[in-house]
Design a protein around this ligand. Structure first.
Ligand code: NAP
Ligand code: ZN
Ligand code: ZN
Length: 349
């Protein structure tokens, strides 16, 4: 057993406050990771505030974790003590179903074990995330963080990065494909960098005019600002692929109208409220509406190596753990360029 210092929401919507988490005694394949940095994803805010269905409290959010292996279980073979490692949005899966055997653990038929706000495979033990000084994880669900990546700016790759990389690869983004990223936040900004590095033509669709310079600096070829994309008639039929990363409701009919024939709108953002789409918006040009989440462990490693190769990491603002509630407020207001990353040294001091 290892006692980690943490920050938790004790009840739905409550401010996060100091707490202690008991990490399990090491099983043969477990590693104890001392956490250096943890990114602040909008999903942390959604869940701590109880905006999605099932939630477990007390909740220690955090699923963009980078740290070092402090101890290793007796049978650990892929990781060594002192190695820099990452943990993303899930820490286990059934490991037997078709998806798991195909390396698509987030789509596990039994449901993945999320890094927090989830139950371990025993169906009883709650999982607690990375807003903490340490975590225990099976080595099979850890990632090697390439030396070339700065550890703080690499942390958000473990959720935001893979959430963008996976659909870009699935829908074969590359030269000749016109990709639009809707929403320039944590997911969006890294999506622009990755899509550009894959060779796609990249546009940003945003409701914040002041982000234009940033969008172009991040690698977008074009920036379109609007609160009403239905009125943007010059963009109708412009894109092959739209990656939706907005955390609240948007007009899906207007968005679908921006797709060319056979184009795909991929839902990544998770608005707390349900939203509708008229059949005409799809059938008129044989368009598709899709969703996507994360990527398998092997693909996360591939994405990290791709980012290291292309010099891609996240634009971050480092914060202290004690400032997390203010950071949530700023994230809600869209006042972050483009990811908060908690420096866990602040919890050890
Ligand atoms: P974020 O940093 O807050 O970015 C969201 C962006 O959405 C904002 O920067 C803003 O971009 C836009 N936006 C926010 N409110 C809006 C509004 N009222 N109208 C129009 N645009 C608005 O959040 P994030 O961490 O990137 O996460 C984005 C969403 O993806 C969240 O819902 C999160 O839960 C979800 N998510 C899903 C997965 C998955 O597996 N599919 C993984 C991670 C996160 P502009 O200012 O440019 O418009
Ligand atoms: Zn996330
Ligand atoms: Zn499975």
């Amino acid at each position: 057993m290892y006692l980690a210092q943490a920050f938790a929401a004790q009840r739905r919507g409550e401010a996060l406050s100091p707490w202690q988490v008991e990490r399990r005694a090491l099983r043969p394949h477990d590693v104890l990771i001392e956490i250096d940095f943890c990114g602040v994803c909008h999903s942390d805010l959604h869940q701590a505030r109880g905006e999605w269905g099932r939630q477990l409290f007390p909740m220690v959010p955090g699923h963009e974790i980078v740290g070092r292996v402090l101890r290793a279980g007796t049978a650990v073979s892929r990781r060594r003590v002192g190695e820099r490692v990452g943990v993303g949005c899930y820490v286990d899966s059934c490991r037997r179903c078709e998806s798991c055997l195909q390396g698509l653990e987030p789509y596990c038929a039994q449901g993945m074990t999320a890094t927090y706000n989830s139950l371990e495979r025993d169906g009883l033990t709650p999982s607690y995330g990375g807003y903490a000084t340490a975590i225990v994880v099976d080595e099979a669900f850890t990632l090697a963080i390439p030396e070339a990546l700065p550890p703080d700016a690499a942390a958000p790759l473990l959720c935001a990065g893979i959430t963008m990389y996976s659909p870009l690869r699935h829908w074969k983004a590359g030269p000749g494909m016109h990709v639009a990223v809707l929403g320039l936040g944590g997911l969006g900004h890294i999506g622009v960098k990755i899509a550009r590095a894959l060779g796609a033509e990249v546009s940003v669709l945003s409701h914040s005019a002041h982000k234009e310079q940033d969008a172009l600096r991040l690698g977008a070829h074009a920036f379109h600002c609007a609160s009403d994309f239905a009125a943007q008639t010059h963009l109708r039929g412009a894109f092959d692929l739209i990656l939706h990363t907005v955390s609240s409701r948007v007009d899906l009919d207007a968005l679908a109208g921006l797709l060319r024939r056979d184009g795909t709108l991929v839902m990544l953002g998770i608005s707390p409220e349900p939203q509708g789409l008229r059949a005409f918006s799809l059938i008129s040009q044989r368009r598709s509406l899709a969703g996507s989440t994360l990527g398998g462990i092997a693909q996360i490693q591939e994405m990290l190596d791709f980012c290291a190769q292309h010099g891609i990491s996240c634009d971050i603002e480092r914060i202290r753990m004690q400032d997390i509630n203010e950071a949530f407020e700023r994230l809600q207001r869209g006042d972050v360029r483009y990811r908060f990353v908690i420096d866990m040294a602040s919890l050890r001091a």
